[in-house]
Design a protein around this ligand. Structure first.
Ligand code: NAD
Length: 261
């Protein structure tokens, strides 16, 4: 229970990696502000399950993180319901796959807003209070695509490279205030975001889903297994603990050897 008494805001935590992170932080006693879209009843089930299982306060805010004013409202609501944000995890993200010439302008704008600008607005909003309290942890969920590129992912690769840059600036500016900021750069994680890409690949190449999954891994991820949301959650708990206290400004690969190639 290393985070008992602390409050975490995890964007995009109604699904996939963000939900895994919420479980890991709640298991350490952290109060959680969930964020993200989905069916209202299902989100309430997630909220209640976390609260009952770990005996922590859990709330949900439906802010669309592409809207700065909704981000500010979510942070104000977190403070009033759960207390100041001690741990901020910028995780919400979307993907769109198309070559640059066919990349829709509105998809580009949405990816930059959700995968990059949102982290600027949340960070800007929480830093003053973290500084006053002399402690804070900011973790940005980037990607192997924050460090290397793939074709057909212009918006995503640009946003994630930007997020790694924002991580470094935040780390430097906050270093004197007991605040660390790191990026985690996962390779493939089996979540709805990737399941959609697997389904598209299966359709394009007329493959069974299991074969499409195996091919996806073989192309980039030498270990041939998916990183899990639980492993990413455990890394964040480490970064929040004493042993992670001097790690800042890092881009931490959890990618089965993807960027080693
Ligand atoms: P996911 O689709 O399962 O979950 C995305 C979450 O973000 C959901 O809760 C969704 O409701 C929320 N969301 C989407 N748009 C939002 C918006 N405008 N405002 C608020 N919430 C919004 O995806 P995931 O795979 O769990 O991805 C989470 C993060 O991890 C993303 O930033 C993604 O780029 C990154 N990532 C994923 C993988 C992977 O292989 N799955 C690999 C590297 C990095």
């Amino acid at each position: 229970m290393s985070l008992r008494g602390k409050t975490a805001l995890v964007t995009g935590s109604t699904s996939g990696i963000g939900l895994g992170i919420a479980h890991a932080l709640a298991a350490e006693g952290c109060a959680i502000m969930l964020n993200g879209f989905g069916d209202t009843k299902e989100i309430e089930t997630i909220r209640r399950d976390l609260a009952n299982r770990y005996e922590v306060k859990v709330a949900h805010h439906p802010a669309d993180v592409s809207k700065p004013e909704q981000i500010r409202a979510m942070i104000a609501d977190t403070v009033s319901q759960l207390g100041p944000v001690d741990v901020l995890v910028n995780n919400a993200g979307i993907q769109h796959v198309a070559p640059i010439e066919q990349f829709p302008d509105d998809k580009w704008d949405a990816i930059i807003a959700i995968n990059l600008s949102a982290a600027f607005h949340t960070t800007k909003a929480v830093l003053p209070t973290m500084r006053n309290r002399g402690w804070g942890r900011i973790v940005n969920i980037a990607s192997a695509h924050g460090l290397v590129a793939s074709e057909d992912k212009a918006g995503y690769v640009a946003a994630k490279h930007g997020l790694v840059g924002l991580t470094k600036v935040t780390a430097l500016e906050a270093a004197s205030s007991g605040i660390t900021c790191n990026a985690i750069c996962p390779g493939w994680v089996l979540t709805p975001l990737v399941e959609r890409q697997i389904a598209a690949r299966a359709g394009d190449f007329k493959l069974a889903i299991e074969q499409a999954k195996a091919d996806l891994l073989k192309e980039k991820q030498k270990l041939l297994s998916f990183t899990t949301p639980e492993q990413i959650g455990a890394m964040i708990v480490f970064l929040c603990g004493e042993n992670g206290a001097t790690m800042t400004g890092a881009a931490l690969s959890m990618d089965g050897g993807w960027v080693a190639q």
